[in-house]
Design a protein around this ligand. Structure first.
Ligand code: NAD
Length: 419
């Protein structure tokens, strides 16, 4: 099995673009590593009276284009190299959709499903305090990622606000609407994914009606993408989360599955039953007969072991880093189109940017306004990437990297090396 370290993969992807761009070795050295890394070890009081230590990270990859932006992940498999990779991918994503941010990411090694609400709140408030030396509306603005949600964002916003002595809504995005969140933010990543599927299918000469879609991951991104594509006429024939996977060749009832997960703790699909629905393994899900595959869970899900057996002709990356470089090569040889993460899932950070702008201006937009602006930006980036890939006969990922790495390099070179 080849190297699956996400940071090594992120560096390899960057190197490919840097080689094609002929990037000077000085700027290449700057962009290949994160600018700032903070590791925090901190205690949390548990409900049983004991205290447990946790480890978390906040990593800022590059500040050249503005304050840094990126989610906070709560997952037992978080490690520093995963957070480094996710921070680097955020830099390219923000540059690709041309919003004025650098990239960052945070994470805590924890399984949030094992904690009570009280423990989760105490962990969040202490972690926010530990990384508060980096945060601020003009410095570093976190958002939700795997294992975190709007409530966690509200606790972080409240914690930072308590320290400052006044409310600082723009220190974080993905907040609930009643504390300064943006309409459309919860659905934004999945909505962006569905728009990208629509555009890619059009370009490939297909039609959304009856298009067979498989979605891995049924959290914020996966369940929204599945729901919106179902509404757009597609047939979602398979979905999975960390607990279970289901398929139905005539199409799953995504609305019913969302209602099911809403009623159960941690929104899991485990135990779902419906006529004609077959339970399959997570590995089988990725290899189902379908037209479009949307990985929307974690990294390295599509790799050298299964890439040769994937039947979808189009893969749209809802997750960050779901496809390894080896799998990319196998898929390219087989004529499978892969729309890369930094483009496909950029809807989240685009609407996070809108939330930050609205918070700073204290002037809020209606949902239609948010969705229209999101569509304009993500489709504009899609067109740019598609045209570049076509003109230079490159995979979409490489084309996306050429555009974004060049933008980040230009900003850093223009600013110069201090002092
Ligand atoms: P989430 O925590 O809401 O959902 C994650 C889902 O993945 C859950 O359903 C979980 O059960 C499932 N999952 C975990 N391991 C799995 C496995 N091995 N097989 C199948 N399913 C598995 O997280 P999310 O916010 O939806 O994030 C999903 C992906 O999208 C991540 O890669 C994240 O970085 C990326 N992303 C999220 C956002 C956002 O706005 N939330 C934005 C851009 C990218």
């Amino acid at each position: 099995m080849s190297d699956q370290n996400p940071f090594h993969i992120a560096q390899q992807q960057f190197d490919t673009a840097a080689d094609i761009l002929g990037l000077h070795e000085n700027i290449r050295a700057v962009l290949r590593v994160p600018q700032r890394e903070l590791t925090v070890n901190f205690p949390v009081k548990l409900d049983n009276g004991s205290t447990r230590m946790f480890t978390g990270y906040r990593i800022q990859h590059n500040l050249g284009r503005g304050p840094v932006k990126g989610g906070i992940r709560y997952h037992p498999a978080v490690d520093i190299d995963e957070v480094r990779a996710l921070a680097m991918w955020m830099t390219w994503k923000c540059a690709l959709v041309n919003i004025p941010y650098g990239g960052a990411k945070g994470g805590v090694i924890v399984d949030p499903k094992q904690l009570s609400m009280g423990e989760l709140e105490r962990l969040t408030r202490r972690f926010a305090t530990e990384i508060s030396i980096l945060l601020g509306p003009e410095r570093d603005i976190p958002a939700p990622d795997v294992g975190t949600n709007a409530q966690v964002m509200a606790w972080i916003m409240d914690t930072i606000s308590m320290h400052r002595g006044y409310t600082v809504p723009a220190v974080i995005t993905g907040k609930p609407i009643n504390v300064g969140g943006s309409l459309g933010r919860v659905e934004a990543t999945g909505r962006g994914v569905s728009l990208v599927v629509r555009e890619a299918v059009r370009r490939l000469g297909g039609d959304l009606e009856g298009l067979r879609v498989v979605v891995q991951g049924f959290g914020n991104v996966g369940s929204t993408a599945a729901y919106l594509l179902d509404q757009m006429g597609c047939k979602v024939v398979g979905v999975a989360d960390a607990t279970s996977a289901y398929c139905r060749p005539s199409g799953l009832d995504i609305g019913a599955m969302r209602t099911y997960t809403d009623r159960h703790s941690f929104r899991l699909l485990e135990g779902y039953h419906a006529p004609g629905v077959e339970r399959i393994s997570g590995a089988e899900l990725l290899e189902l007969d379908c037209d479009v595959l949307i990985p929307a869970a974690l990294e390295n899900q599509i790799n050298e072991r299964n890439a040769g057996r994937i039947k979808a002709k189009l893969i749209v990356e809802g997750a960050n880093g779901p496809t390894t470089p080896d799998a990319d090569n196998i898929l390219a040889e087989r004529g499978v189109t892969v729309v890369p993460d930094i483009l496909a899932n950029a809807g989240g950070v685009i609407v996070s940017y809108f939330e930050w702008v609205q918070g700073l201006q204290e002037f809020f937009w209606d949902e239609q306004d948010v969705n229209e602006k999101l569509e304009r930006i993500i489709i504009g980036a899609f067109d740019h990437v598609w045209a570049t890939a076509y003109a230079r006969k490159l995979p979409l990922r490489t084309a996306a990297y050429l555009l974004s790495v060049q933008r980040v390099a230009d900003a850093n070179v223009t600013r110069g090396v201090y002092p």
